[in-house]
Ligand binder design. Structure first.
Ligand code: I3P
Length: 128
């Protein structure tokens, strides 16, 4: 972020549509429920919206569109997880609090970009 921006507006890293299911909450296994989700990677967080209107960047401003949920990437772990689904291009994100999500896209290049971008944020936080 630019010096002017420091500590004010978290940096938008990436946004896009992915298939998502939460598979664990606090280490407790959940039943899968795949749904399309508008995913926004901003600052240290991955933020999920179910409202298609959230594809408009205006709606990500605080107070404009309520996220469905948000994941703190500090200490999180990412791994490819094609063994956990019949779908292709699946990775698992696990938070320090033991919440686990699967994220998926039919598009190989797209899911690889998401994986690399999230991993880069996790690595940056690990190094702090
Ligand atoms: C689940 C649903 C999921 C599937 C899951 C099924 O059935 O078909 O899509 O996960 O497989 O159990 P239900 O709707 O009855 O809950 P994938 O699409 O990721 O394979 P699983 O139990 O082997 O994880």
């Amino acid at each position: 972020s630019s010096p002017d921006n420091e500590g004010v507006t978290p940096e938008l890293e990436k946004a896009g549509l992915l298939n998502k299911t939460k598979i664990a909450e606090g280490g407790r296994k959940l039943r899968k429920n795949w749904n399309p989700s508008w995913v926004v990677l901003v600052g240290n967080s991955l933020v999920f919206f179910k409202d298609p209107k959230s594809q408009n960047p205006e709606s990500w401003k605080p107070g404009n569109s309520r996220p469905e949920s948000s994941v703190d990437l500090r200490g999180a772990q990412l791994q490819w997880a094609n063994d956990l689904s019949s779908k292709k291009n699946v990775f698992k994100l696990r938070t320090v609090t033991g919440n686990e999500y699967l994220l998926q896209s039919e598009t190989d290049s797209l899911i690889r970009e998401w994986y690399m971008t999230i991993q880069r944020v996790i690595d940056r936080l690990d190094a702090e």
